[in-house]
Design a protein around this ligand. Structure first.
Ligand code: IPE
Ligand code: IPE
Ligand code: MG
Length: 241
């Protein structure tokens, strides 16, 4: 396949609505959603994807009912324990972005363990966003820059786009080529605001628990037809007859 997206970022939305529409509790949607995460991680490399970045829990999601948050943390905790072997078998690098220090202590330890245990793998780099807020990420970067200027290690006049880029949680990742959002909402919800400046957007009405290989393939095919311009001149309009 040609013109594959090297970096795909996904706003995995609609777990609750998917469950409700089937008369199931919201948490069932999260469970099935976790299966989709596994599947996408397994198949993404077949489509030339080298980086996969998944919005799993936003900083704003802490405001949800306590039992839903607790369920999500439990699901994550189990995932971190049970999938480590599979990550290594599939040569996946496990990476995270977000305020990991906001997460429960035990989860922080499991994240650190999985990150360490997969750091020498050479396959798909999977980055999970936990307690993530893009605005906070940018504020964190600004604070670091301010400190460096204050300490005399950085000249204020030299601050440019790269200076900020290098201090984001995503400093070691290329920008996403394709941003997918499931369940039809036409918004970004505080995800990777800086990094998606020139990403191609793909929104599907399918909810995350329905986002199977077939749906992923549709998104990739759609991306392959796009003409990315990065501000340059457009190609002439094709004649329709
Ligand atoms: C996405 O599904 C998962 C998280 C945000 C954790 P939602 O839980 O947001 O599902 P909807 O949007 O309410 O249907
Ligand atoms: C975005 O979904 C966050 C995640 C997918 C983790 P939300 O359900 O939180 O977003 P809004 O509230 O619809 O904007
Ligand atoms: Mg939602």
């Amino acid at each position: 396949m040609e013109n594959n997206p090297a970096h795909v970022a996904i706003i995995m939305d609609g777990n609750g609505r998917w469950a409700k529409a089937r008369g199931l509790p919201r948490i069932r949607g999260h469970q099935v959603g976790a299966d989709r995460v596994e599947e996408i991680m397994r198949i993404a490399p077949e489509y030339g994807v080298r980086y996969l970045t998944l919005y799993a829990f936003s900083k704003e999601n802490w405001q949800r009912p306590k039992d839903e948050v607790q369920f999500l943390m439990g699901l994550l905790s189990d995932y971190l324990d049970h999938k480590l072997e599979e990550l290594n078998r599939n040569n996946v690098v496990f990476n995270t972005i977000g305020r990991i220090s906001d997460m429960p202590q035990l989860i922080q330890e499991k994240i650190a363990r999985n990150t360490e245990a997969t750091k020498n793998n050479t396959g798909l780099v999977t980055t999970f966003a936990f307690s993530y807020s893009s605005r906070l990420e940018i504020a964190d970067a600004c604070r670091r820059i301010a400190r460096e200027v204050q300490a005399g290690r950085l000249d204020a006049e030299s601050v440019d786009e790269q200076t900020i880029q290098d201090r984001l949680y995503t400093a070691n990742l290329p920008d996403p080529d394709l941003l997918i959002r499931t369940s039809g909402e036409m918004r970004i919800s505080n995800f990777l605001l800086w990094q998606i400046s020139y990403s191609e957007l793909y929104v599907t009405d399918k909810c995350w628990p329905e986002f199977t290989r077939e749906e992923f393939e549709k998104a990739v095919r759609d991306f392959q037809k796009r003409e990315r311009r990065f501000g340059l001149t457009a190609a002439p309009l094709r004649k329709t007859s």
